[in-house]
Design a protein. Structure first.
Length: 80
């Protein structure tokens, strides 16, 4: 489930969890700012999501995927 949600949010699972994999990643611009209070809040919500039944987890992931796809289509339509 973590991989699906990370993919929907366009981040790696390591970035999502704040894992530093090597020195290059430390120097690189991070997509997820673990010092960001909003990202900490989202991370806590994700941890709560993982306690839900699998059926509910899948429903949340479908919702996130749908929102991301809708945003992508809107952005593509606005650039024409």
């Amino acid at each position: 489930m973590l991989a699906d949600l990370a993919q929907a949010l366009n981040v790696s699972t390591d970035e999502w969890l704040g894992v530093k994999t090597n020195a290059k990643m430390t120097r690189a611009k991070k997509v997820v700012d673990t010092d960001n209070p909003e990202m900490r809040r989202v991370s806590k919500k994700f941890q709560q999501l993982m306690t839900l039944p699998e059926k509910d987890q899948r429903a949340v992931i479908r919702l996130v995927n749908s929102l991301v796809e809708t945003k992508g289509r809107a952005a593509a339509g606005g650039s024409r």
